[in-house]
Design a binder for this molecule. Structure first.
Ligand SMILES: NC(=O)C1=CN([C@@H]2O[C@H](COP(=O)(O)OP(=O)(O)OC[C@H]3O[C@@H](n4cnc5c(N)ncnc54)[C@H](O)[C@@H]3O)[C@@H](O)[C@H]2O)[C@@H](O)CC1
Ligand SMILES: Nc1ncnc2c1ncn2[C@@H]1O[C@H](COP(=O)(O)OP(=O)(O)O)[C@@H](O)[C@H]1O
Ligand SMILES: [K+]
Length: 483
């Protein structure tokens, strides 16, 4: 599990730790980890050593720049030629600059000449104190660094991203690698910032001892998902594995029903009951499905419902919401959803909007959701008293219980932005709900498997929702077989 803490929590923990330690120790720990990571990267490219390598530091006005300066000093002591570009010359971290100069480093005469010749650039413009994207004076230097042949290593965070939300407002410096300290921050787990960070390395500075036990955000890894995937045993029968009911499809969108059933069958349901007008299309593709044309309440016992994909104006949402088993509500099922009825439910509810649907539920413009995904998913979970999965390039899953961390999933690929892939996801998560996973686990495990299936299906070329469903078993096997 990767865990991330909010900026406020990180700052409070750092203060507490600093009070216990002699001055400057934390920054030295950070700089030592940063310098070691840079030395590793330099060894991996010509000329294959630190001695003689050309290193440029981009130094802002805060402690992020201080980390860069001290790391630069360490590299200079090992024979690298280190030049610092001071973006706020009068306000650069003074002891850090003194250390760099004492170690044989220098201040760059011309930032553009320096970056053009660099093997490695250390981005220490801003860290957790950065707000509102790169400032105009930093933009040309950042672009020159990115456009040079140098490896770009971000200190703590790629400069210009919002540490607490993962937003990128304006311009940010894309890194090949990021070295962060003490704990991940939300920006390391949430796109678009996550993508700007490149490969992230976490350096232990002793913060773990003072961080609270519950993080703000967590991201499941293979081993976590493997533990949660349901596996049938000798005692299992189809009912114990879970029967999933699917209320989906309409005369206009019969395919959504087929895709949701496809996801459900690959998600391990013992049986799938399909309720709606697309029974013929479903049976033609999946003869193992139990179909029913009456209302959901009369369809027979299920352990969970999925309601909404391609539903159009077909009825059925009310029955599902009124049931006493877990319910996943997606797509058309979310339209005009009655918050009071959802809050009154006794069994778990999982709402799975994309940004447009989330915006409609919150009554705000889509861009507002896109630019504040973490806040939006929390707000929806609170309003509906339900677990909410917000789809997108990073999928976020929030429980209505605010003491639970939000789960972030980034296993997906932009190739998943294809019609019907969300229907497959609904069926898959529905099966996991029917198997007894909590709404938070079903959502985050489903998103993880679906994202990986999307990657396997695409492998760099367009794929379809059917292709994603067909790759779920390969993704499942990959996860279950271990790291
Ligand atoms: N607090 C601690 O104990 C530790 C902090 N460390 C480092 O300290 C960093 C935080 O340092 P600070 O709080 O000084 O904050 P930063 O260094 O992230 O940035 C703050 C400074 O940048 C300026 N700034 C803000 N937004 C800007 C923008 N868009 N463009 C240009 N300049 C901008 C501000 O005016 C301020 O002077 C961490 O990210 C980490 O790198 C590490 O040394 C580990 C220990
Ligand atoms: N840029 C992206 N990167 C990764 N995954 C994406 C991206 N865009 C969409 N997805 C994923 O693709 C799926 C699309 O679902 P949805 O929007 O409901 O589409 P549909 O209604 O057509 O099925 C979701 O799982 C979503 O997280
Ligand atoms: K930085």
């Amino acid at each position: 599990m990767r865990t991330a803490y909010s900026v406020e929590t990180v700052r409070a923990a750092e203060r507490e730790l600093m009070d216990r330690l002699p001055d400057g120790v934390l920054m030295q720990r950070a700089a030592a980890g940063l310098a070691a990571a840079c030395a590793d990267l330099l060894r991996r490219r010509a000329p294959g050593r630190v001695y003689g390598a050309r290193v440029v530091l981009l130094v802002g006005s805060g402690d992020n720049g201080g980390d860069a300066l001290y790391a630069g000093a360490r590299l200079a002591r090992r024979g690298a030629g280190v030049a610092a570009v001071l973006l706020a010359p009068g306000r650069a971290h003074a002891p850090g600059l003194t250390a760099l100069l004492a170690a044989g480093g220098r201040v760059a005469d011309d930032p553009f000449d320096a970056t053009a010749a660099a093997d490695l650039v250390i981005d220490g413009i801003t860290g957790i104190g950065g707000r509102g994207g790169l400032r105009p004076d930093a933009v040309p230097v950042a672009r020159a660094a990115r456009g040079s042949g140098a490896v770009v290593v971000a200190v703590d965070l790629p400069s210009g991203v919002e540490a607490g939300s993962g937003e990128v407002v304006g311009e940010a410096l894309r890194a090949d690698a990021t070295v962060t300290f003490g704990t991940y921050k939300p920006a390391h787990l949430i796109d678009p910032a996550r993508e700007y960070a490149g490969a992230v390395r976490l350096v232990d500075i002793g913060l773990g001892a003072v961080l609270p036990s519950v993080p703000e955000l967590e991201a499941l890894q293979h081993a976590d998902v493997a533990r949660l995937l349901p596996v049938p045993t000798g005692e299992s029968d189809k009912y114990r594995r879970g029967v999933l009911g699917i209320v989906a499809g309409s005369a206009r969108y019969p395919g959504a029903a087929v895709l949701a059933v496809a996801g459900a069958l690959r998600g391990g349901a013992g049986a799938v009951r399909y309720v709606g007008p697309a029974g013929d299309a479903v049976i033609a593709r999946f003869p193992e499905t139990l179909v029913h044309t009456g209302p959901p309440a009369k369809a027979g016992r299920v352990q969970a419902w999925v309601v909404g994909p391609g539903l159009g104006d077909e009825p059925g949402v009310r029955d599902a919401v009124a049931s006493d088993v877990p319910v996943l509500i997606d797509a058309d099922g979310l339209r005009g959803l009655d918050a009071a009825a959802v809050r009154a439910r006794t069994a778990p509810t999982l709402l799975t909007p994309h940004a447009g649907e989330a915006a409609a539920l919150l009554g705000i413009p889509r861009e507002e959701v896109e630019s504040a995904r973490l806040t939006s998913v929390r707000e929806l979970a609170a309003r509906y008293g339900a677990t909410v999965l917000l789809k997108g390039s990073t999928t976020l899953v929030a429980s209505p219980d605010t003491s639970e961390p939000v789960r972030a999933n980034a296993t997906g690929t932009p190739w998943l932005a294809t019609a019907g892939s969300g229907d497959v996801l609904s069926g898959l998560m529905g099966s996991l709900l029917a198997a007894g996973l909590t709404a938070l686990d079903a959502g985050s495990v489903g998103a993880y498997v679906h994202g990986l299936a999307g990657r396997l299906a695409a492998r760099g070329a367009p794929t379809s929702a059917e292709g994603v469903a067909a790759s779920v078993p390969a993704a499942w096997r990959d996860i279950a077989s271990g790291p």
